[in-house]
Design a protein around this ligand. Structure first.
Ligand SMILES: Nc1nc2c(c(=O)[nH]1)N[C@H]1C(S)=C(S)[C@@H](COP(=O)(O)OP(=O)(O)OC[C@H]3O[C@@H](n4cnc5c(=O)[nH]c(N)nc54)[C@H](O)[C@@H]3O)O[C@H]1N2
Ligand SMILES: Nc1nc2c(c(=O)[nH]1)N[C@H]1C(S)=C(S)[C@@H](COP(=O)(O)OP(=O)(O)OC[C@H]3O[C@@H](n4cnc5c(=O)[nH]c(N)nc54)[C@H](O)[C@@H]3O)O[C@H]1N2
Ligand code: SF4
Ligand SMILES: [Mo]
Length: 857
């Protein structure tokens, strides 16, 4: 079979993939050279998609409680409970919480069912946690949620401002594209982020802005442009309405040191072709909408928009965050960029032939779960998202789910934290089986195509929605034969938006037949310059929105500012990337990153443990000291769930505070305190299967080739043997040091598990031990020693996950004279495949060469 062209499962860059199926659940992945988003490149996550398409952990049959059920039983139960709930408590007692990881077709079906047939606006999406502030800012500034830029603009820009975006980790292929254009034409890159991320390290200028300091910074930047006479008065006069008092209220206080601010202003003044790419450091804030508008204000006022190489570019997170915004998956949008006016609702009702068109907007995510908690919503259907991990104040969210009379979860994985709280679990097609469309950050619609036949009883998400609708008596309106039919209906419906002079318009695709849909090439709606004919507002003008910097928040009980972020090789709640051994190398444990000076004040040590506490909960992390953190600020990852760790779930910590306009949570600037923890023992265990250790201070698991590596720490005694499977046990112990080691062999003589605990000394290298599990020839003596008798060269921590190149090999290459990333690649192969580790290699080169220089002096 030839290669199948599809789209990556992960981020909003929307890279095209060329997939060669190599057998049952086996696939060779490479970048699609013909896809305009990536032209053949893929990052580490896309490259290793093949490691996550197995059936390990998949939900393969409908489940009612812990028991397997038939589809008929499950669907009857779901529809029956929904019908009863609507009859007794009204349509607003039902809610759907959906996701940017659904296909457009899935999203369309769910939105139609809720807003046209159930008759409530209560469908919201995890994009509320992600893009809602950008959506609100677009709507305030442009009149419609439209991103005015394309990736080509990044190639044409002379200056790129990255605001709250760790692009090198979270949108790596865009980062690689930026690096290439920088090489070609000297693009300047500025990173505005409180942390010195790997992206910031590679930038021409890093501005370590204070948390939520962005409004002040962009206002001051615009004030400076005004002073310099760089405001485009003509553009303003023709295309922009200006809020009363806008210029008078624009504060020149940038909030950052003068010298850095001047550097920024000079760069901006010199380079009219400016793109501002912004992401969660902007959106996930209680002033996220204002941040978005501070950015659009700057672009509108300087005329740096609607031109090649210029514009505000909100970059999307999930593969189909944009598709969800189009169809209307947000509670405050009806469908296809329509609002809730009498006429718009009537138009949608007529189009859908809907019996129960909703009367107005529904509840936004955080409010939705509050209503569940309060017993107002009594039926909740969660699709393709894991809110028990990803919503803020997740202890409250779990309480809400536990109280809710009916929780339905559609997922691809059997054991998720949210699934544990569900009454009914419905098995959906996963990436590799899904068939439909997604829209990326630049409005480009691409096909995801099925590679495998669906396993077990899994069904397409849109089909599951249609099946429930049919049982509710609305079968005729949901009787699509295939994904193509759903897509056509959606494309047709965008005609309503077009008739209202909106930019969203897919009418040309409404008549495509199944064959054309099957072969559909990536297609961008809105064209290159979506506002070329003016802005989609009544006056045809955009708007400068007056925004003011928020007051600084301080809380003596919780003096540290808490930031929560992503890691390069993990995706969200780890249900899929957590299954990949290669992707688990980069950061196998959740780290508490802290400035060394704060650490010494707090008694934290590198590799030790720290407990982060807020008014809402607490979590325990491995400590990592880094000067990349500003003093007084700490940072933890968002990824770890209860399924993957005992204590590292970060959303125990944030409050429910949201942006008043967008409803998006302020995940990135919480109030916290930290205490050092010195556990009496530390241990690690390698075994093939999944385990949930109880009664320990700290545990996490990460995927290794032959099973799982568990890191543990605690006080008192540890029953190491209880953590191990049955089999022949060999053991050594040194009670004086509190050291004990056990190796377990299975019936065929192969090593099946090993465990190591210490109360004082060091633990052996995990990498080598993990590789012994499953080997018949593994030597018990060596395993108990924790190392081979003939020492192997120590590669150090793996940096390049594609070629398995370690830090020490890179040090050696630098020692031998390699001075650039490409030279390290030439001698070690590191960074020569997907390139995601290139920023890390660049940093290591800098570190090692300065060490060499010091040594030489
Ligand atoms: N590897 C990986 N890639 C992903 C994802 C993933 O889970 N893993 N998820 C995808 C999704 S859904 C999304 S939404 C994107 C998110 O992509 P990003 O937004 O790049 O990711 P984050 O790490 O959440 O946050 C970005 C940066 O914002 C900074 N920040 C915090 N507070 C502020 C502030 O007040 N001002 C400014 N200017 N910056 C601040 C943080 O320090 C952090 O470095 O990534 C997508 N890509
Ligand atoms: N503290 C903190 N919290 C955050 C963030 C942060 O920066 N800090 N970021 C927020 C952001 S931007 C986002 S986008 C969210 C993401 O948060 P979530 O959406 O909760 O995270 P995922 O792990 O991607 O969850 C997707 C779920 O859907 C399942 N799934 C995958 N594909 C399919 C499919 O095709 N069909 C179905 N039915 N199920 C599928 C997966 O197994 C998984 O259980 O987290 C938010 N939470
Ligand atoms: S940048 Fe990486 S994760 Fe994002 S779409 Fe491309 S390959 Fe997938
Ligand atoms: Mo996101």
């Amino acid at each position: 079979m030839g290669a199948i062209r599809t789209t990556c499962a992960y981020c909003g860059v929307g890279c095209g993939i060329s997939a060669e199926v190599r057998g049952e659940r086996a696939v060779a992945i490479s970048g699609d050279r013909d896809h305009p988003a990536n032209r053949g490149s893929l990052c580490s996550k896309g490259t290793h998609l093949g490691e996550t398409v197995g059936l390990e952990g998949r939900l393969l049959a409908p489940m009612i409680g812990q028991g397997e059920a038939s589809w008929d039983e499950a669907l009857d139960l779901v529809a029956g409970r929904m019908r009863d709930c609507i009859a007794e408590h009204g349509p607003d007692s039902v809610a759907f919480y959906v996701s940017g990881q659904l296909l457009t077709e899935d999203y369309y079906a769910a939105n139609k069912l809720m807003k046209g047939f159930i008759g409530s606006g209560n469908i919201d999406t995890n994009s509320r946690l992600c893009m809602a502030s950008a959506v609100a800012a677009h709507t305030r500034a442009f009149g419609e949620d439209v991103v005015p830029c394309s990736y080509d603009d990044l190639d044409a820009a002379d200056l790129v401002l990255l605001v709250g975006s760790n692009t090198a980790w979270c949108h790596p292929v865009i980062w690689q594209r930026l690096e290439k254009t920088r090489e070609r034409r000297g693009t300047r890159i500025v990173v505005i982020d409180p942390r010195r991320t790997e992206t910031a390290e590679q930038a021409d200028l890093h501005i370590p802005v204070a948390p939520d300091g962005d409004v002040a910074l962009f206002n001051a930047l615009l004030a400076d442009m005004k002073r310099r006479g760089l405001v485009d008065e003509e553009y303003l006069a023709t295309h922009v309405a200006v809020d009363a008092g806008f210029w008078d209220d624009l504060s020149p206080e940038s909030g950052i040191p003068d010298a850095i601010f001047r550097k920024l202003c000079d760069l901006v003044a010199r380079h009219p072709r400016t793109v501002t790419l912004f992401s969660q450091g902007a959106n996930q804030s209680v002033c996220g909408t204002d941040k978005g508008n501070a950015i659009t204000n700057f672009h509108l006022a300087t005329g740096r928009i609607n031109r090649i190489g210029a514009g505000p570019f909100s970059i999307t997170g999930q593969p189909n965050a944009m598709g969800g915004r189009e169809v209307g998956g947000l509670a405050n949008m009806l469908a296809c960029h329509l609002g809730f006016s009498e006429e718009e609702r009537a138009e949608a009702a007529a189009f859908w032939n809907a019996p129960n068109i909703c009367t107005g907007p529904g509840l936004k995510a955080v409010d939705m779960f509050r209503a569940v908690h309060a017993g107002k919503i009594r039926f909740l259907w969660v699709m393709a998202t894991n809110p028990a991990v990803s919503l803020p104040d997740s202890t409250f969210v779990r309480e809400a789910l536990a109280r809710c009379p009916t929780v339905v979860v559609s997922d691809v994985i059997a054991d998720t934290d949210t699934g544990r709280l569900a009454h009914v679990r419905l098995p959906a097609h996963a990436w590799g089986e899904k068939d439909g469309t997604v829209t990326n950050s630049e409005r480009r619609i691409s096909r995801q195509r099925a590679l495998f036949s669906p396993p077990g009883q899994t069904r397409a998400d849109w089909q599951i929605v249609a099946d429930v609708a049919a049982r509710m008596g609305w079968g005729e309106s949901f009787a699509w034969a295939n994904a193509a039919a759903v897509f056509r209906e959606y494309a047709h419906m965008t005609g309503l938006a077009k008739a209202r002079d909106k930019v969203l318009d897919l009418a040309v695709l409404a008549e495509m037949d199944d064959a054309a849909y099957a072969d559909m090439e990536p297609f961008k709606w809105g064209g290159e310059r979506p506002f070329a004919k003016g802005y989609p507002t009544a006056s045809g003008k955009a708007r400068l929105v007056a925004v003011t910097a928020p007051a600084e928040v301080t809380d003596p009980a919780f003096p540290l500012r808490l930031n929560t972020v992503r890691y390069r090789d993990q995706w969200h709640t780890m249900t899929r990337t957590g299954l990949s051994p290669a992707l688990s190398h980069h950061r196998p444990e959740p780290l508490l990153e802290v400035h060394p000076d704060d650490a010494s004040d707090l008694g934290l040590v590198e590799g030790g443990f720290g407990r982060v506490e807020t008014a809402h909960g607490n979590s325990v992390y491995r400590v990592s000291l880094t000067k990349g953190q500003r003093r007084g600020e700490i940072c933890v990852p968002m990824h770890w769930s209860d399924a993957m760790a005992g204590q590292g779930r970060s959303n125990r910590l944030p409050s429910q505070a949201v942006d008043p306009v967008s409803g998006q949570p302020g995940y990135k600037n919480g109030a916290a305190r930290v205490t050092a923890i010195a556990p009496e023992w530390r241990a690690f265990v390698v075994r093939r299967d999944v385990l949930a250790p109880e009664g320990v201070l700290y545990w996490t698991r990460s995927r290794v080739k032959t099973g799982w590596l568990y890191e543990l720490a605690g006080d008192g005694t540890i029953d190491l043997a209880a953590l191990l499977p049955d089999g022949e046990r060999l053991e050594v112990a040194d009670t004086a040091r509190g050291m004990r080691r056990i190796a377990v062999r299975g019936e065929d003589g192969a090593l099946i598990a090993a465990a190591y605990v210490t109360r004082s000394g060091e633990l052996p290298s995990r990498t080598w031990v993990a590789e012994q599990v499953g080997l018949k020839e593994a030597s018990a003596a060596e395993v108990l020693a924790g190392r081979p008798s003939t020492p192997l060269p120590d590669r150090g921590p793996i940096v390049c996950v594609c070629h398995g190149v370690g830090e020490k090999e890179i040090a050696l290459a630098v020692h031998d004279g390699a001075a650039a990333v490409a030279e390290v690649g030439a001698c070690t192969r590191a960074g020569t495949n997907c390139g995601s580790c290139r920023p890390a290699i660049a940093r290591l080169i800098a570190t090692f060469s300065s060490l060499e220089q010091e040594a030489a002096q």
